[in-house]
Design a protein around this ligand. Sequence first.
Ligand SMILES: Nc1nc2c(ncn2[C@@H]2O[C@H](COP(=O)(O)OP(=O)(O)OP(=O)(O)O)[C@@H](O)[C@H]2O)c(=O)[nH]1
Ligand SMILES: [Mg+2]
Length: 295
Amino acid sequence: MLLNKLKNIFQKSKLPLKDIFQSALFGGKKEDYDFIEEQLILSDIGLNTTEKIIKRLKERVKNNIIVEREKIIEELKIILKDILKETLLPDFDKNRIILVSGVNGSGKTTSIGKLANLVIKSNKKVLLGACDTFRSAAMEQLAIWGDRTKSFVYIPENQKDPAAVAFQSVKYGIENSFDIIIIDTAGRMHTNKNLMVEMKKIYDVLYSKYNFMGIFSILVIDATNGKNTLSQAKYFKESSRVDAIFLTKMDGTAKGGSIITIADELDLPISYIGTGENMEDIDIFDKDIFIDSIL
Ligand SMILES: Nc1nc2c(ncn2[C@@H]2O[C@H](COP(=O)(O)OP(=O)(O)OP(=O)(O)O)[C@@H](O)[C@H]2O)c(=O)[nH]1
Ligand SMILES: [Mg+2]
């Protein structure tokens, strides 16, 4: 995506800080820090992350130094860029299985379509494994993405166990020399214990049998869901290994503060962002552009 377009997308998630900072000088006093702390929390940054930011700000701005408030924004940018991890992308030469999980409606299947389209453009053969056996409509939806992207969709016959389907998809993919196998899973609420156990089973089967395929596990998070997603995402991270986050719906009303909090608290890198409903609406997350745009 063009740089300006990407900036516009990110600017929608702007932190509501700047007007306040422009108002006066920063004196490095307790009330100055309290004020910034309050503003960060009002910007949807979680308590832990806010405390981390304030601590680092104090280290960077020597006490009692009076500086322009603009300088504080620059310092915050440095701190926030440091808090966000470096973007982590699958290496499609080495990570041949992409496992996709997330809560209901977060955008998993759509993002799989986008990823398939990306990979196919580099002349690789892609298989999509329809492990969302929960609803038949889910398999149909994946089949549509298969048609659009010209990737093959493995649809199980008489097999309802998603872990078994994951296994079969990969087996089929290897036997038929597919380069990349992307596994779609059913959306699940983190509070549904059985479904989380099922997710772990998919994960365990793949890792025990096909670790050599370089599994890359992506957690899809709806960026417009705010901090609610944090506890959900923590459960996913606990029940299966997650390598990176795919942030969807960045074209919507995503809040910059909650994105920073999610990435910080989960201690996970962000890989891609979804910026619309079409297969081209995918971009690599760039933390520098993101932070410069939201502050
Ligand atoms: N605007 C926008 N919409 C998106 C994006 N990604 C997905 N969607 C929409 O979000 C809705 C849900 O997407 P799905 O891909 O079906 O989500 P899912 O996680 O597979 O859903 P379940 O399988 O039911 O859990 C659809 O209407 C998608 O078009 C995005 O980046 N931007
Ligand atoms: Mg789906």
